[in-house]
Ligand binder design. Structure first.
Ligand SMILES: [Zn+2]
Length: 479
């Protein structure tokens, strides 16, 4: 069996992954707060953990992996949107309007993430479905002296848990020095965080032993993993920005409730995303959603490919240039498969060992993509069906063979033989021009190729022609 190694935030090192029960590998990833469209940065963990999910399914069997990702549908931003709709004259109760907002956001989310080739998890629990479990866990934390009630709030007592902050590696005193924390008179310690808070009449609320109120954010993941997976499970994932405070708080709640050895064995965190070297922000004007990019005609597969080209523990820089070069590659791959193999025979279970080995090494997606290049070069050089078919298997496994992308228009189907001949012609013209100093033939060929949407790469090693996204086959006929 393939040995998977993963970097565990808990131990700060790469470790061999051994599931608690190989027949039931359990992974939980913190999902979105559903108040608006997902921005590009939100999509990174979705793609990263989708790749891990595919790897686990390959190694342990598709029926032996359970992937859960929650929807946070209790949140003040959702309430605010619903309230402003109500004030604008929308019909229905506030609860109805909240539900309407969360339902539409969830459907957008699934649609956008589906366009990125992400499989849907096996379970997608919503916070509102687990209020009773959250109340029960909160009560247990009070009963065992880890939480206390004050002015309608229930707070977790961080000083009651010796290992508080162990995930992010901060002590409570460091946190106080570095964090912007809400000062409240009812808190025993500045870092104590909310498990339950009171709701006013214009906010959604549930009855509880502490009055009508709603849960804090962190308790939902602890209550949902317990309900779905039990006290202990294999992998907990999320963005690096969640380590503190969200994941430190989840861990504190669960370990205080079920024992230090409980909760996730492995913690995985993906690094953040930037755009053209800058942090994505509305004020910089470089803020966009996945939907925006799809609307602009950037295929989901291209977004996914760009994401996979950077290791998940490194900051990812989204650039227009990367998107263009990813598109060129994918069009080239799909054309090679169209020429020399048959997409309908693509079978993800026949993925290359090289791709699996790369992913098993702490999800080295970059190395996996490099193997696709190798296969493409072989398919091109030997006009070989075996390499082209293997490329199809690998693309399918990696979630890079969406139906829409496979559907390349006729004008874009490449006569690879013709391009090979043109490569030879251009090489010869270049060699001749070096001697005669007359480059007119080289220029003529190059201009015509560029006009037909062919990228021309000339180096000491020779000439390479790559069909780009605007490839227009008929334009090559006269050459
Ligand atoms: Zn969470």
């Amino acid at each position: 069996m393939t040995t998977i190694k993963l970097h565990n935030t808990k131990t700060r090192q790469k470790e061999v992954f051994e599931p608690i029960d190989p027949k039931n590998v359990r992974m939980y990833v913190c999902g979105p707060t559903v108040y608006d469209r997902a921005h590009l940065g939100n999509a990174r963990p979705v793609v990263v953990f989708d790749v891990l999910y595919r790897l686990l399914r390959h190694v342990y069997g598709a029926d032996h992996v359970t992937y859960a990702r929650n929807f946070t549908d209790v949140d003040d931003k959702i309430n605010a949107t619903a309230l402003s709709r109500k004030e604008a004259g929308a019909e229905g109760s506030l609860e109805d309007l909240i539900q309407e907002r969360t339902n539409e956001t969830i459907s957008w989310y699934l649609e956008d993430m589906g366009a990125l080739g992400a499989m849907e998890p096996n379970a997608a629990p919503r916070a509102t479905q687990y209020i009773a479990e959250m109340i029960e866990m909160t009560q247990e934390l009070i009963d065992t002296g880890h939480a206390y009630e004050a002015e309608g709030h229930v707070l977790f007592d961080v000083r009651s848990y010796e290992n508080y902050g162990s995930l992010s590696g901060r002590s409570v005193d460091d946190m106080i020095a570095g964090a912007r924390v809400e000062v409240a008179p009812y808190k025993r310690d500045l870092m104590d965080f909310v498990l339950w808070k009171p709701s006013s009449d214009d906010l959604p609320g549930w009855d509880s032993p502490w009055g009508r109120g709603r849960p804090g954010w962190h308790i939902e993941c602890s209550a949902m993993t317990k309900a779905l997976f039990g006290d202990k499970f294999d992998i907990h994932g999320g963005g690096l920005d969640l380590v503190f405070p969200h994941h430190d708080n989840e861990k504190a709640q669960s370990c205080c409730q079920a024992g230090e050895d409980s909760f996730a064995n492995f913690w995985l965190h993906n690094e953040m995303l930037q755009v053209e070297g800058k942090k994505m922000s509305k004020s910089l004007g470089n803020f966009f959603t996945v939907h925006d990019l799809l609307e602009q005609g950037v295929p989901g597969e291209v977004i996914r490919f760009v994401f996979l080209s950077t290791h998940y523990r490194k900051p990812m820089d989204w650039t227009a240039k990367k998107a263009t070069s990813a598109e060129l590659k994918l069009v080239n791959f799909h054309n090679l498969i169209g020429m020399y193999a048959d997409y309908s025979n693509a079978d993800a279970s026949k993925v290359s060992d090289e791709v699996i080995d790369a992913l098993a090494n702490d999800l080295n997606t970059h190395a996996a993509l490099t193997h696709l290049d190798t296969l493409a070069t072989q398919a091109k050089r030997f006009q070989g069906g075996a390499s082209a078919l293997q490329l199809a298997h690998d693309l399918k496994f990696l979630g890079l063979s969406s139906e829409s992308f496979g559907d390349v228009p006729d004008s874009q189907w490449i006569d690879r033989g013709k391009l090979d001949r043109l490569e030879a012609d251009l090489s010869l013209a270049r060699e001749t021009a070096m001697e005669t100093k007359d480059f007119s033939e080289v220029d003529r060929l190059k201009t015509a190729l560029l006009d037909a949407g062919v990228e021309v790469r000339m180096s000491k090693a020779g000439v390479e022609l790559i069909a780009g996204p605007n490839f227009d086959s008929p334009k090559l006929e006269a050459l």
